[in-house]
Design a protein around this ligand. Structure first.
Ligand SMILES: *[C@@H]1O[C@H](CO)[C@@H](O)[C@H](O)[C@H]1NC(C)=O
Ligand SMILES: *[C@@H]1O[C@H](CO)[C@@H](O)[C@H](O)[C@H]1NC(C)=O
Ligand SMILES: *[C@@H]1O[C@H](CO)[C@@H](O)[C@H](O)[C@H]1NC(C)=O
Length: 473
C-alpha cells in the first residue's frame, strides 16, 4: 500500500513537472532553480526573511545543550536557500505545546523523529520532492505568495500533496491574509490634505497613478489599464504602460518601488487615486498594492481578491473595478469623484475616530500572533514553525494514546490541505474574451501553449490526486 501510494504521488509529480516544462512561462527553466527565476521584486511578492535572527524569535528562546534535544520532534526545512534563519544546521524552538528541533540538514530526512517536512511554495519542485513519502511525516507548506510564483499549488492535486498550509487564504491552517497590513494605525494614518493633491492636479498630474513594472502577469492587469487610459488620464511610472518617469534614479529603481521608502511614499501621495491590481486573482490575496494607497490617504481602484470587501475598514473605502460594467463607466465615476470633494472624502471616512467599523478586520488584526515589520512580535515564519511543531506534538500524543489503548482510542485522522487554501480561479483576460487575444500577445499565461498544457494534463492530475488523497488498497 505504501509503495502504491508513493507511486501515485510520483506519477502526479511527474505529470506536474511535464506540464511545467512545456509551458511557456518562467517555470520553463525546469525543475531545478531557486527563487531567482520567480522573483518578482517590483511586485513586492518576494519573501522578506525575518530581520535580525535573534530578535524575532520571540516565540521561544533557543537553548543550548544537545542532549536535551535528543527526543524532540524534528521539523526539516526541505526548501533550500530561503533559510538560514538560524545560524547552524538546526535549532531548538520553544512553542506553546512544547519544544521541537527545526533543521535544514537533509540527512535527517529518514529519521523516525523527523515528523514534518517544511516547504516554501515558490521553491517547491517536483524533481526535488523527497519521495517516496514516509507515512509518519507531515508535509507542511508555507506559501504566502500568489500562484504566479508556482501555479502548481493552486491546482487541487498540487495543494493536496500537503497536510498543513500557511497561505494568504483565511482557510489555510495558519492563515496570512493580512500579511501586508501592519495594523489599524497604518490605515488611520492621514495623507496630505486634499488641497495639496488638488494643487498637483492643477500642475498637470493625472487623477490616477499606476506604478507597475511586472507586466504580463496572470491577472492580465495591463490590458485593462490600457483600455481605461483611453477614458481618463493615468500617470504610469513603471515599466508597464509607462508614460511618465519618476523624478530620481533612486525612485526609478524597481527595488525601491515596493518599499516604504519615505521619498517614494511622499511622491505617491500626490495622487488621489491609485490603480491597485494584484498580479493574480485569489480570494484573500491582498498585498501592499491595496494597503499602501490607503495608508497614504488615496483611494485604491482595486482588482484582486474577490473577497476584499470582507477585509475593508468600512463599506465605502475603495473602488472595485469589477463593480463597473466597463472601463468607460469606471472612468466616468472616478472623474465624478475627482470633481466632487465631498463625495471623494467619504472614501476616507474610515480614518476618523471610530471609522473602522469592520469587526472582522479588527478581530483578525487583534488575534493574529505575528506582526508585520514589528520587532516586538514574532514574524509569521517563526509562527508557522511553531504551528507545525504544536501540530506534531499533538499528533504524537494522539498516536501514543492510540497505541496505549487501541481498542478505545482510534488512529488520528489524516489532515490534508484543501483547494480553498490556494483559492485562485483559472486566469482570465483582464478585459474581453480569451478568443479576442491575438496569437502574438505578450502575456504567456493566456497563450495557447499554456492552455493546451492544462487541458491535456488536467485529467492525469485529477487521477493522481484521487490516489494520493484517498486510501488505495
Ligand atoms: C454601509 O454601512 C452603513 C452602516 O452600516 C449602511 O447604512 C449602508 O447602507 C452600507 N452601504 C452599503 C453600500 O452597503
Ligand atoms: C498527509 O497527506 C497525505 C495526502 O497528501 C495523506 O495521504 C496522509 O495520510 C496525510 N498524513 C497525515 C499525517 O495527515
Ligand atoms: C501582433 O500582430 C499584429 C498583426 O498581426 C501586429 O499589428 C502587432 O504589432 C503584433 N504585436 C506584437 C506585440 O508583435
Amino acid at each position: 500500500m505504501a509503495a502504491g501510494r508513493a507511486g501515485a504521488v510520483l506519477a502526479a509529480l511527474g505529470v506536474l513537472s511535464v506540464c511545467a516544462a512545456s509551458s511557456s512561462g518562467p517555470v520553463a527553466e525546469g525543475g531545478g532553480g531557486g527563487k531567482a527565476e520567480w522573483a518578482e521584486p517590483w511586485d513586492g511578492a518576494v519573501f522578506r526573511p525575518p530581520s535580525a535572527l535573534g530578535v524575532a524569535r520571540a516565540l521561544g528562546a533557543p537553548r543550548t545543550g544537545r542532549e536535551e534535544a535528543v527526543d524532540l520532534p524534528v521539523l526539516l526545512w526541505w526548501s533550500p536557500g530561503l533559510f538560514p534563519h538560524f545560524p547552524g544546521d538546526s535549532e531548538r524552538i520553544e512553542c506553546a505545546r512544547g519544544a521541537c528541533v527545526a533543521s535544514r540538514d537533509r540527512r535527517v530526512h529518514r529519521d523516525p523523529r523527523t515528523r514534518a517536512l517544511l516547504f516554501y511554495g515558490t521553491d517547491f519542485r517536483a524533481s526535488d520532492a523527497p519521495l517516496p513519502r514516509l507515512a509518519h511525516q507531515s508535509w507542511a507548506l508555507l506559501h504566502e505568495e500568489s500562484p504566479l510564483n508556482n501555479f502548481l499549488l493552486s491546482h487541487g492535486p498540487g495543494i493536496r500533496l500537503f497536510n498543513l498550509t500557511s497561505t494568504f487564504s483565511r482557510h489555510s491552517d495558519y492563515p496570512l491574509p493580512l500579511q501586508w497590513l501592519p495594523g489599524t494605525a497604518y490605515l488611520r494614518h492621514s495623507g496630505p490634505p486634499l488641497q495639496e493633491r488638488a494643487e498637483w492636479r492643477r500642475r498637470g498630474h493625472a487623477p490616477l497613478l499606476y506604478l507597475q513594472s511586472h507586466c504580463d502577469v496572470p491577472a492580465d492587469r495591463d490590458r485593462y489599464v490600457r483600455e481605461l487610459m483611453r477614458y481618463i488620464p493615468v500617470d504610469s511610472y513603471g515599466k508597464c504602460l509607462q508614460n511618465r518617469k519618476l523624478p530620481t534614479a533612486r525612485l526609478q529603481d524597481t527595488v525601491t518601488a515596493t518599499t516604504e521608502d519615505p521619498e517614494l511614499l511622499a511622491f505617491l501621495s500626490r495622487y488621489k487615486f491609485h490603480l491597485a491590481l494584484e498580479n493574480a486573482i485569489c480570494n484573500d490575496y491582498m498585498t501592499e498594492k491595496l494597503w499602501r494607497p490607503m495608508h497614504l490617504g488615496a483611494v485604491p481602484v482595486y482588482r484582486g481578491a474577490p473577497s476584499v470587501r470582507d477585509w475593508m475598514p468600512n463599506n465605502h473605502s475603495i473602488i472595485l473595478i469589477d463593480d463597473f460594467e466597463s472601463p468607460q463607466k469606471l472612468a466616468e465615476f472616478i472623474d465624478f469623484l475627482d470633481k466632487n470633494d465631498e463625495e471623494y472624502m467619504k472614501y476616507l471616512a474610515y480614518k476618523q475616530p471610530g471609522g473602522i467599523t469592520n469587526q472582522f478586520l479588527l478581530d483578525s488584526l487583534k488575534h493574529r500572533e505575528w506582526g508585520v515589520n514589528d520587532p516586538l512580535l514574532p514574524n509569521y515564519l517563526n509562527g508557522f514553525e511553531c504551528f507545525v511543531c504544536d501540530h506534531e506534538l499533538t499528533r504524537l500524543d494522539a498516536e501514543k494514546a492510540h497505541a496505549a489503548s487501541p481498542g478505545d482510542i482510534p488512529v488520528p485522522e489524516p489532515h490534508i490541505a484543501q483547494l480553498s487554501h490556494m483559492d485562485c480561479p483559472v486566469p482570465a483576460p483582464g478585459i474581453g474574451d480569451v478568443e479576442e487575444i491575438p496569437e502574438n500577445d505578450s502575456n504567456p499565461v493566456l497563450t495557447r501553449d499554456h492552455c493546451i498544457c492544462l487541458i491535456f494534463i488536467w485529467p492525469h492530475l485529477e487521477k493522481g490526486s484521487t490516489h494520493n488523497g484517498a486510501a488505495v488498497p
